[in-house]
Design a protein around this ligand. Structure first.
Ligand code: ATP
Length: 369
């Protein structure tokens, strides 16, 4: 019924193949998991989640399960095939095609990706399912540039959980790290049931914010090497104290090595380091503005309850609403005002050869001294 054509990629637990289905008369993806790599309980959980998500009217931005098989050695999940693979690899290819002086021709339609991810996550939450591993690697792309949220292996059908360390560190919400929990009983792993519960939907909101951040800067917000896990918590504290200074120092300043005379140069430098182009963020203020929206609505460190995907989407909608007659619309002047209000970083934190000067328009210049 299925003819395996080629392996697509091996993940931690499974290998995914492109295959042809005579039953559906279309290409499919076979996600094949050896039984020794997972427990029956975990597989049953993924199967049940996929079944719920794929039944009655499947969501266009969720990678549906078409079939499921098992034998003595393997579990085989038959999935819709996404021709362009995952977003992480897609951007990696885009980056490798470009050069610092000429970015790859790949263009990222931010609005489309954001809206479709929002819609997929909202749909899953409305069915009582939290994904718990949202990241660029789990966002698949179709040939039409539509996204499909995939890999529901860590998903849970509950709005609260006290499972910690589930998902991927670089995209995981702070409250899901067990070493933030001070209860000694939890630390000693005596009684997990007494560990505090976290809201699984709000944890997904954080991961959505971290995923969009990756698209903006081509890098993870809190990239931490495995041996340096403690660093992750330090980063979170630093980020919480002043998110804009954190982002500015870690993601903007390092890209200023060559010196910049105006915001156009800075915008280009960001594009060139990433080496792919955003289709719909025409200038640097749009990038910073979107970044501010993410920080204000999704990347709330301690006050997880304040995270709101609806607020995020409303603010994105008004930021992209180019009708300047609307009160909240994003005029060029308001972008500049916002830049100074939110991004005028303490000058002590800027390397000595750079300074912010308020010219006709705010811009970054290299100090000639
Ligand atoms: N339906 C699909 N169409 C095309 N490519 C796919 C599909 N499903 C998965 N892939 C590719 O295979 C990779 C691994 O898939 P998946 O994340 O589901 O496996 P996994 O074993 O759970 O991985 P991990 O746990 O390491 O994240 C994806 O990142 C993607 O590149």
């Amino acid at each position: 019924m299925y003819t395996k054509l080629r392996p697509i990629q091996s993940g931690t637990f499974s290998t995914v193949y492109k295959a042809w289905s005579t039953k559906y008369n279309r290409y499919v993806a076979l996600k094949i998991t050896p039984k020794y790599k997972t427990s029956e309980k975990n597989m049953l959980n993924e199967y049940n989640v996929m079944k719920t998500l794929s039944s009655h009217s499947p969501h266009p931005n969720i990678c549906s399960m078409l079939d499921f098989y098992t034998d003595d050695s393997y579990y085989v999940m038959v999935l819709e095939y996404c021709e362009c693979g995952d977003l992480y690899d897609f951007l990696d290819i885009a980056k490798s095609q470009g050069t610092p002086s000429s970015p790859s021709l790949v263009q990222i339609d931010m609005q489309k990706i954001i809206r479709q991810l929002y819609s997929a996550i909202q749909f899953a939450h409305s069915l009582g399912i939290a994904h718990r591993d949202i990241k660029p690697e789990n966002v698949l792309l179709t040939i039409n540039g539509d996204v499909k949220l995939a890999d529901w292996g860590h998903a849970i059908q509950a709005s609260k959980s006290n499972d910690y360390q589930i998902g991927t560190d670089n995209y995981r919400a702070p409250e899901t790290f067990s070493n933030r929990i001070e209860t000694s009983s939890f630390k000693r792993k005596l009684d997990q049931s007494s560990a505090p519960l976290y809201n699984t939907y709000k944890a997904d909101y954080w991961s959505l914010g971290a995923t969009i951040f990756y698209l903006l800067f081509g890098d993870c917000l809190f990239r931490v090497l495995k041996p340096k896990k403690g660093q992750h918590l330090k980063n979170l504290h630093e980020f919480e104290k002043d998110p804009f200074a954190f982002i500015y120092n870690k993601y903007v300043v390092p890209r200023l090595a060559g010196g910049y005379n105006n915001e156009g140069d800075l915008h280009e430098s960001l594009q060139h380091t990433r080496q792919y182009v955003w289709q719909d963020l025409p200038d640097i203020y749009d990038v910073f503005h979107l970044c501010k929206i993410i920080v204000d609505t999704l990347l709330r460190v301690s006050d997880a309850e304040e995270r709101s995907m609806e607020k995020f989407m409303n603010m994105v909608d008004s930021a992209w609403n180019k009708d300047t007659s609307t009160k909240d619309s994003f005029s060029y002047q308001s972008k500049i005002d916002l830049f100074w209000e939110q991004w005028s970083i303490n000058t002590e934190s800027i390397p000595s050869n750079f300074q912010l000067r308020n010219f006709e328009k705010p811009c970054l210049v290299q100090d000639s001294k």
